[in-house]
Ligand binder design. Structure first.
Ligand SMILES: [Ca+2]
Ligand SMILES: [Ca+2]
Length: 124
């Protein structure tokens, strides 16, 4: 018999900024963050915060405390972006979660210029 998928809820706690993608600029640097995520391999991205908003100006040693729960049953892909007003938004990395994953260590998101750590825990 096929396994009946069980729904799980992950709580995305925070992105800790080890190294921002933007280290200088008119606003003093720091990234303007949002995530896109795909639940169970579905064909479309969801965005948080939604619309065109972002969590602004995260710099070295600072965190985006998003505290955002997401329910899924098979897989969850989370991608991090930095908003840029004068060029294409920067992709800062992604990770994939599956039910039962060990979440004791944060997931690392890196590019050539940046590093973030995503802390999360299983809710419920
Ligand atoms: Ca940028
Ligand atoms: Ca930016």
């Amino acid at each position: 018999m096929p396994e009946i998928p069980t729904k799980v809820t992950i709580n995305l706690d925070k992105f800790y900024c080890v190294d921002p993608h933007e280290t200088k600029g008119s606003d003093g640097g720091g990234d303007d963050l949002y995530i896109k995520y795909v639940v169970n391999g579905g064909g479309f991205d969801q965005r948080y915060p939604d619309g065109n908003s972002s969590y602004d100006n995260v710099n070295v040693g600072e965190s985006w405390d998003l505290n955002y729960p997401i329910e899924f049953s098979d897989s969850l892909v989370v991608s991090l972006y930095d908003v840029d007003s004068t060029s294409k938004n920067d992709f800062l990395g992604s990770t994939t979660y599956h039910p039962g994953d060990d979440l004791t260590t944060p997931r690392i998101f890196t590019t050539k210029y940046s590093e973030y750590k995503l802390h999360a825990h299983w809710a419920g």
